[in-house]
Design a protein. Structure first.
Length: 203
């Protein structure tokens, strides 16, 4: 899919800085180094719009990406990075909580977990946090190219059990390398935001 107009509107830490154009928003969350930047770059057909880093915990603000003046992705700080101070973790938590509590244009959440491993306690807490705010959630299991196809059913069961997965939500495997899951993620986003992008497979 080709996009002509993608803009990083603002990196915000306060509601006063949030965009006021009323466009539907999808929030993307996950632990540090789970592949959130790679997911955003793949979905938007860009190589370095969201900066990937070898240093987890780099995202420290809410980054608002406007897409074709129809939709906004909100990239939030990653969690679970041990070298982030307790004070900084609390600050990140407050930034995210304020956003979830106050943002009326928020239409759903994409939660990233690592397909190779059981979700962490932080993953479980974030999933339940999103559900507390009554948000539809798409759980995206990243780096699926790193596991064998024969392990997919086993890992799906492990992830869903650990998260206490709500059957009303959706689960999809994703790989930034092979682009598997790209189309399914976009279809979920379209269904929850009513944008009219034409989705073309990149696989």
């Amino acid at each position: 899919m080709q996009f002509n107009d993608i803009t990083l509107l603002i990196s915000a830490v306060d509601p006063k800085q949030y965009p006021q154009d009323g466009l539907p928003e999808i929030v993307l969350s996950g632990r540090s180094n789970v592949g959130k930047s790679s997911l955003i770059n793949t979905l938007l057909s860009r190589k370095a719009l969201a900066r990937t880093s070898s240093k987890p915990g780099k995202t420290q603000t809410l980054n608002f990406y406007q897409i074709e003046k129809q939709l906004i992705f909100v990239d939030v700080p990653g969690y679970g990075y041990a070298k982030v101070s307790k004070q900084q973790r609390e600050r990140f938590g407050q930034i995210i909580e304020t956003y979830l509590q106050t943002r009326e244009v928020l239409q759903g959440a994409v939660l990233l977990v690592d397909a190779r491993h059981e979700p962490t306690e932080d993953d479980f807490n974030m999933y339940n946090y999103l559900k507390y705010y009554d948000l539809p959630v798409l759980v995206v299991a990243t780096k699926v190219d790193k596991i064998k196809r024969s392990q997919h059913n086993k890992q799906t069961k492990i992830i869903k059990q650990k998260l206490q997965f709500d059957p009303s939500d959706q689960f999809v495997f994703f790989s930034a390398e092979t682009k598997v899951g790209h189309d399914e993620i976009w279809q979920w986003i379209k269904a929850h935001t009513q944008v009219d992008f034409v989705i073309k497979s990149v696989q």
